[in-house]
Structures are given as structure tokens and as C-alpha cells.
Unconditional design. Structure first.
Length: 141
């Protein structure tokens, strides 16, 4: 079952990355969320993120990800590794966003821990610090 969950997350991540690197149609983002997430999905932002919040339900989660475009001026997104951590799946995402005073894009590595239930993403949390994510998933001490 765990490898199946890894593949679900990998497919979601690839679809999500494709959306961020395309015309970014909000309806398509909601469709992607409906294809991979449980109806009562919960998304938690890392508390280090300004105004971090928790979002429940497909529509709220899809809206929040669409908001990121303007909030952080996303220039591009690239998938990273997807790891099996037993009860959780760990997924890496490289995000290039405008760098304020630098004028160019600045790249960040975000890590997500995801729980899949009944073939759907039921809960996921963003981590700014990859070590904290790996520790939470039981892959590091």
C-alpha cells in the first residue's frame, strides 16, 4: 500500500507542478485537487510562513495554492524527491519566486509531509526546514 501512496503523491505533485508552470487556470487547479485529495483534506502551512494558516476542504486548499501566485510571485516550480516514510509520504518541491530587491528569481526548497487514506491525500503540511519535515516523518532523529 505504501508504494501505491507514493505514486498517488507523485502523480499529484506532477500535476500540481504542471499547473504552476502553465497558464494557471483556477478551475483546472480545483480539478487537480478533486482528482487527488479527500473532500475533507487539511493543509497546514509552516508556522514560519507569514500569516500561516490551516485550510480544510478541497476548495479552500485550491484557493490557497492559487493565492500563492500573487503572494510570492511564483516564477516556476520543479518537483523533487518523493519518499516513503511509512505512515507519511515526504515530497520536495523547488519553487522559484521573485526575489524582491534582487530583481531575479530566488529558489526555495519546500518539503511536504502527506498522509494518504483510501487512495486520496487526506492531510498535508508544508515545511520550510527540510530537516524538521524528515524528523516529523521519522526519517531523521
Amino acid at each position: 500500500m505504501s508504494q501505491e501512496n507514493v505514486e498517488i503523491v507523485r502523480r499529484w505533485l506532477e500535476s500540481w507542478v504542471d499547473w504552476f508552470n502553465s497558464e494557471r487556470d483556477p478551475d483546472r487547479l480545483t480539478t487537480i485537487a478533486r482528482d487527488y485529495m479527500a473532500s475533507n483534506v487539511t493543509y497546514e502551512e509552516d508556522p514560519v510562513w507569514p500569516d500561516a494558516g490551516e485550510y480544510r476542504g478541497i476548495d479552500a486548499v485550491a484557493r490557497r495554492f492559487a493565492d500563492y501566485i500573487d503572494l510570492v510571485h511564483i516564477e516556476g516550480v520543479e518537483p523533487g524527491e518523493v519518499l516513503d516514510a511509512g505512515d507519511l509520504i515526504v515530497a520536495e518541491v523547488r519553487i522559484a519566486m521573485l526575489g524582491g530587491d534582487t530583481g531575479g528569481a530566488v529558489e526555495f526548497l519546500w518539503t511536504y509531509t502527506l498522509r494518504v487514506a483510501e487512495g486520496r491525500i487526506a492531510h498535508f503540511r508544508a515545511w520550510y526546514d527540510q530537516d524538521q519535515a524528515l524528523e516529523a516523518a521519522g526519517l531523521r532523529e
